[in-house]
Design a protein around this ligand. Structure first.
Ligand SMILES: CC(C)(COP(=O)(O)OP(=O)(O)OC[C@H]1O[C@@H](n2cnc3c(N)ncnc32)[C@H](O)[C@@H]1OP(=O)(O)O)[C@@H](O)C(=O)NCCC(=O)NCCS
Length: 464
């Protein structure tokens, strides 16, 4: 304990009321008090050497009241923004339009057809594995065939999306499923290859299920399970909890609808009003726009994080009795960028470590090279999911992912984690995401709607 806190304790002792104030208090105590009073100097001193609470030397750390105040300020300032938004625009949320978009948009159904067709790759991979298990073809031929197959699985939907010119949101969702399928197939192929390697080496490990795992039910269980990493036998729960399923389903529906409504009411007008500002490239106005978008964007991001990684993955896991529920870890406490990527999306992180990072390391590459390879692949997929639906190639998402490597070094080697590291992690999300959104939306409208953009820019709307 520091000397400051020692004095605090002393101070507390001095101010604390007497513990024996009952009527039966012994006379001797009263006499003692009288004696103490008499021994005090006549000016009755009330000062003692002590530090102010805000001085670090005071050793005082209890600021929970300020936390409450910060929360209240946050609520008040956001309530003001919500009220301003309502006064200015009224209610912009149009649930009937969502239903119309889902049922009438002619471009929605081709996405579903595309997803349905992507099943052909899955079936081809499954039967190739059967053939490989029977040793009808060699491993080298299989490698060439698989490279061609997975490449086709990823590129054909690109051609379809570019040809269709449909709704970017639906296209992005469909492409995300295509990417998930590709990652799962790579894992399936990789694990079965490891099993064949183990059998070839002559030391058949105990309880190795290969090749009896090669059944359609085992394959499709994996394709639907909330994981990207294949295992011959997944840990399973003994049963399903109906209450748990209902809770996750309710969360999924409520938070999903709330997220979309917040986008429509809060983000869309803000982004629309930013177009003129971005065209002029006034740096201060651009910063103001980014800061303004940061709050709603972050609230919606957290909401979708919870909806996807907690509600929907748990829902799926419960239905499939999939027992491993570690879909995220405490990314909010990340003191380094590296820890953030290790914790916020566990299914992708596990896939990256198992199927790219460790194989690189096993082949003698350094950890840095392995990390660069992982972030490079991740950057390609991020760009794929943004550029293709928007029909434009700008590389912003790609560069943002690659910038994670120097940022990792900054938080780990220079800041050495701690509070500063955690602040950098949050800042990179708070500022990086709205910047990316504004840049992409700006470029999208300049490319696809130049006349409206020019009109908007000449009107020079004051920033809302
Ligand atoms: C690049 C990345 C994989 C690095 O992961 P990391 O956990 O920081 O890497 P580490 O070096 O700490 O170790 C990873 C694993 O390799 C193992 N490893 C590390 N060096 C090793 C070596 N020399 N020999 C054997 N194993 C080694 C570790 O033991 C660890 O194994 P474990 O996961 O079973 O515990 C991670 O940052 C990542 O997943 N990045 C991309 C994430 C992404 O793009 N997500 C997209 C979400 S939308």
């Amino acid at each position: 304990m520091t000397s400051g806190s020692g004095q605090q304790t002393e101070l507390r002792k001095r101010r604390s009321p007497s513990s024996s104030s009952s009527s039966e208090e012994p006379r001797s105590k009263q006499a003692q008090l009288k004696k103490e009073k008499a021994s005090q100097p006549p000016d009755q001193p009330c000062h003692s050497p002590q530090d102010s609470l805000f001085s670090s030397t005071s050793g005082y750390t209890n600021f929970w009241g300020f936390f409450n105040l910060a929360m209240l300020l946050l609520i008040v300032s956001n309530a003001r923004v919500a009220l301003e938004n309502f006064i200015k625009y009224g209610i912009l949320i149009k649930p009937f339009q969502w239903i119309n978009a889902l049922s009438e948009d002619p471009w929605t159904w081709p996405n579903l057809v595309m997803l349905f067709c992507s099943n052909i790759t899955c079936i081809l991979v499954f039967f190739t594995e059967k053939i490989l298990a029977k040793k009808w073809i060699g491993e080298k031929i299989a490698v060439v065939w698989y490279i061609a197959l997975i490449s086709a699985h990823l590129t054909l939907p690109v051609l379809v999306t570019l040809w269709l010119k449909g709704n970017p949101l639906f296209a992005s969702l469909a492409l995300a499923i295509i990417v998930v399928e590709a990652l799962k197939l790579v894992s399936y192929i990789h694990v079965n290859y490891w099993c064949r390697g183990a059998l070839k080496s002559g030391e058949k490990p105990k309880n190795l299920l290969y090749p009896s795992n090669l059944t359609l039910s085992n394959f499709y269980y994996f394709m639907f399970a909330p994981t990207l990493c294949y295992e011959l036998k997944f840990p399973r729960t003994p049963g399903r909890r109906p209450k748990f399923i209902l809770k996750r389903l309710a969360e999924f529906l409520c938070f999903g609808i709330l997220g979309v409504a917040l986008c429509e009411q809060w983000v869309v007008p803000l982004v629309k009003n930013s177009m003129g500002t971005l065209k002029d490239m006034d740096i201060f106005l651009c910063i103001e726009r980014v800061c303004k978008l940061a709050v709603p964007n972050h609230i919606i991001w957290l909401l979708f994080f919870y909806t996807i990684f907690h509600s929907s993955l748990n829902l799926l896991a419960e239905i499939l009795r999939f027992a491993d529920r570690e879909f995220y870890r405490d990314f909010w406490n990340a003191e380094t960028i590296q820890y953030f990527w290790q914790t916020w999306n566990i299914p992708v992180h596990r896939w990256c470590v198992r199927h790219v990072y460790k194989p690189f390391i096993r082949n003698g590459y350094s950890r840095l090279t392995a990390s660069v390879a992982v972030f490079f692949i991740s950057a390609i997929f991020h760009e794929y999911l943004v550029s293709v639906p928007l029909h434009m190639f700008r590389m912003w998402a790609f560069l943002a992912m690659l910038s994670q490597i120097p940022l990792s070094m900054l938080t780990e080697k220079i800041l050495k984690g701690g509070r500063a590291g955690n602040i950098v992690v949050w800042l990179s999300l708070l500022v990086g995401q709205p910047m990316a959104i504004l840049i992409y939306v700006h470029d999208y409208y300049w490319l696809h709607h130049p006349i409206e953009m020019k009109l908007n820019a000449t009107e020079h709307l004051p920033p809302h």
